[in-house]
Design a protein around this ligand. Structure first.
Ligand SMILES: *Cc1c(COP(=O)(O)O)cnc(C)c1O
Length: 391
């Protein structure tokens, strides 16, 4: 019974012999311990329990364990964003004076972190081409501690030479960190191939509904895991209960969404190649993709849900195409349940000079599609009509 003199004393949770099927959301910041001895037991690992949400909470643990299972990982940590995961990993595993070798087509903010932010803390990065192991070998220095890779690059969908890069890193005692956001464990599980750390922007395909910003990181070595965990808790990079709860709900349909989006993407890529005004289509498992063999060997033929293509013409044609594709959301993200279209020259790659973009193969007519789960006939018809309108 509630004490009639005050409303602030909380009641317990109502009893129920049947359990909730849905995961309960636990927003509590703090947990009430029985005694100081009980708290000692908990902090020293003799019993399990939570104490303060920034250090851990049930919704983060449930979601992390689900992603752990997909990645073949243990002890994954939920962060407040994908960039929180990249940042926590870099800041925890590197010291001033260390050197990084990184793929030259990483996610834009990861490039910025390595180019602009980490140098202020005495950490230097050399960028190299992940489809060419020799370019990574040439970039190694005696103080190289870590290499940072994405398996499939954005937006040209090049496939990294993972086996050679991981072997090179082992040979030199360098840690391999893989941002697996684009590829997902459905196509490639970095830990199965010798990676040391796996990162996700859960915001994208894993959560899948563009309604939550979340990150995940798991490390093979428990000492690395502890460093990343302590840094994330200290700097406040960890994720909120509500975000984890929502992310978990999205994750339940991840494999269904991915498989459907992938088969749509393969069909859309083939259809685009035949459409008016399309000069180039990039999809990893197409025979005309430069890394076709690696997409088959490394990714087991799983091309993923991203397709890039190029249309003839300049800004007038790209504007006309986007305006005509009125039911395809023009939005610089990926992994939503629905199809989204992005234009790297005016969004993710706008900071690059035209020359630098050209060297990556990104012209004004370059588009990237994150393919969703719509009926494929509808998608193909919408792209065809918009392309016809643009020409
Ligand atoms: C989106 C993305 C990130 C950053 O994730 P946020 O959740 O937006 O912080 C990092 N890496 C890759 C490959 C991404 O696509």
């Amino acid at each position: 019974m509630k004490d009639p003199r005050t409303v602030v004393r909380r009641m317990g949770w109502p009893e129920s012999r049947s359990r909730a099927l849905g995961t309960p959301l636990q927003p509590s910041v703090v947990y009430v311990a029985e005694t100081p001895d009980a708290l000692d037991d908990q902090y020293e690992g003799r019993t399990k329990g939570f104490s303060y949400a920034r250090e851990g909470h049930p919704n983060a643990e449930v979601l992390a364990q689900a992603i752990d299972a997909l990645e073949g990982a243990e002890g994954g940590i939920m962060l407040s964003s994908g960039m929180g995961a990249v940042g926590a990993c870099m800041m925890a595993l590197l010291n001033a004076g260390d050197h990084v070798v990184a793929g030259n087509q990483l996610y834009g903010r990861s490039l910025r972190m390595l180019k602009e932010d980490l140098p202020r803390f005495g950490i230097q990065t050399t960028f190299a081409d992940p489809t060419d192991v020799e370019s990574f070998r040439a970039a190694l220095r005696p103080n190289t501690k870590l290499i940072l890779l994405e398996v499939v690059s954005n937006p040209t969908l090049r496939v990294a030479e993972m086996a050679g890069l991981i072997a090179l890193a082992k040979e030199h005692g360098v840690k391999v960190v893989v941002d697996n956001t684009f590829t997902t464990p459905r196509a490639y599980r970095p830990f199965d191939h010798g990676a040391d750390v796996v990162i996700h922007s859960v915001t994208k395909l894993l959560a899948g509904h563009s309604d939550v910003t979340l990150g995940y990181v798991a490390a093979k070595d428990p000492a690395d895991r502890k460093k990343i965990y302590d840094l994330a808790v200290t700097f406040g990079f960890t994720a909120s209960p509500f975000d984890c709860w929502l992310g978990e709900r999205g994750l339940y349909s991840f494999d269904l969404r991915f498989d459907r989006a992938e088969s749509n993407a393969a069909a859309l890529a083939d259809a685009l190649a035949e459409m008016p005004g399309v000069t180039r289509v990039l999809y990893p498992t197409r025979p005309d993709h430069p890394d076709h063999n690696r997409a088959i060997g490394l990714l087991g033929g799983r091309g993923g849900n991203m397709v890039s293509f190029e249309i003839k013409g300049g800004r007038a044609q790209t504007n006309a195409f986007v305006a005509a594709a009125e039911h395809i959301a023009f939005a610089p993200t990926l992994g939503d349940i629905g199809t989204t279209l992005s234009h790297p020259p005016s969004s993710s790659h706008r900071a690059l000079s035209e020359e630098d973009r050209a060297s990556l193969g990104i012209s004004e007519g370059f588009f990237r599609v994150s393919v969703g789960v719509e009926p494929i006939e509808l998608l193909i018809a919408e792209f065809r009509e918009a392309l016809e309108a643009a020409q």
